[in-house]
Design a binder for this molecule. Structure first.
Ligand SMILES: C[S@@+](CC[C@H](N)C(=O)[O-])C[C@H]1O[C@@H](n2cnc3c(N)ncnc32)[C@H](O)[C@@H]1O
Length: 286
């Protein structure tokens, strides 16, 4: 393989054989990554020759992708809410579906300039909290995770995206002691918790079950364990009239709505993701 065009052809075939649906696109992205250019350039200048260093580096990343490591993990970054987020082996890669949580909050806060306080439980890369702070310029927020390494990534992302001064990241087991420790409540509490039923983990795509952190995925026998706990425990953390927003897995919205209602929350909205799946449940604390 000498040229960019040949490299894309060869990698697209290899990725296809490895069972990757987006084989050609991935090939182009990885060639662009190794060359340090954008994908349009790879497309437009197929005759560009690869140096031997680039060739070796490409072989290295191609092997990782063949092993079904997610593309975002290899290039180290994923776009969410049109912002670039760094990812690591300890953070879930932000999913476009989760953007509907950001939309839901923005639709339900009274004014964009309000000085809201936001709590993001299981923050990972910080994508939800940071996107909200990016839109709500006077808001401040706390991101909680059990993984110190994820918190470091979230904190780096907040700095890079210019909301570092309004974001705080703390290591904690969900809401344990938070209400007592902080002595204040939040206007908005949101979470994209682990919600995959234990028995479904094996049948997920290898990009997910071999490469995403398991603690970001497993939600107990029926996938609802964390919702049951958070619906109870967040009550002490939300201001009167405050919002509680969850991402839910496909088919879980009715159960989560039921859990909220049984615990004194009023349902405000259920929103669908880009594929039309009910993905976001929004409650108000009465
Ligand atoms: C599904 S991921 C969501 C990540 C991010 N908020 C997003 O939407 O992309 C769930 C997150 O919960 C965190 N988590 C798992 N167990 C936890 C616990 N006991 N306490 C706090 N966070 C936890 C995981 O580390 C992971 O970052």
């Amino acid at each position: 393989v000498k040229t960019v065009g040949e490299a894309v052809e060869v990698l697209a075939k290899r990725f296809g054989s490895a069972g990757i649906d987006t084989a050609r696109l991935d090939a182009r992205v990885l060639v662009a990554f190794v060359l340090g250019v954008n994908t349009e350039k790879v497309f437009g200048y197929p005759e560009t020759e690869l140096t031997s260093d680039q060739h070796n580096q490409l072989e290295d990343v191609a092997k990782r992708r063949e092993n079904r490591e997610p593309l975002a993990r290899i290039v180290g970054e994923k776009e969410f809410w049109s912002l670039p987020f760094k990812v690591s082996r300890d953070t879930l890669i932000p999913r476009p579906d989760s953007e509907c949580l950001v939309e839901a909050v923005l639709d339900h806060v009274e004014e964009r300039t309000g000085n809201y306080s936001i709590l993001d439980l299981g923050t990972g890369t910080g994508c939800l909290l940071i996107s909200l702070l990016h839109e709500l310029k006077n808001a401040k927020g706390v991101g909680v995770d059990i993984s110190q390494s994820a918190l470091q990534t979230a904190s780096d992302n907040a700095q890079r995206l210019d909301v570092g001064e309004r974001a705080q990241f703390i290591k904690n087991n969900w809401c344990d002691h938070l209400a007592a420790d902080r002595g204040t409540r939040f206007d908005v509490v949101l979470s994209n918790p682990p919600y995959i039923p234990d028995g479904d983990i094996d049948s997920l795509e290898p990009e997910v079950n071999k490469h995403e952190p398991l603690r970001a995925l497993v939600g107990g026998a029926d996938g609802l364990d964390i919702y049951r706990m958070l619906i109870q425990e967040t009550k002490a953390l939300i201001n009167p009239e405050g919002l509680l927003i969850f991402e839910v897995g496909a088919g879980q919205s009715d159960d989560v709505v039921g859990l909220g209602r049984a615990n004194g929350f009023n349902l405000l909205n259920v929103r669908c993701d880009l594929a039309g799946v009910e993905r976001c449940v929004l409650f108000k604390l009465s």
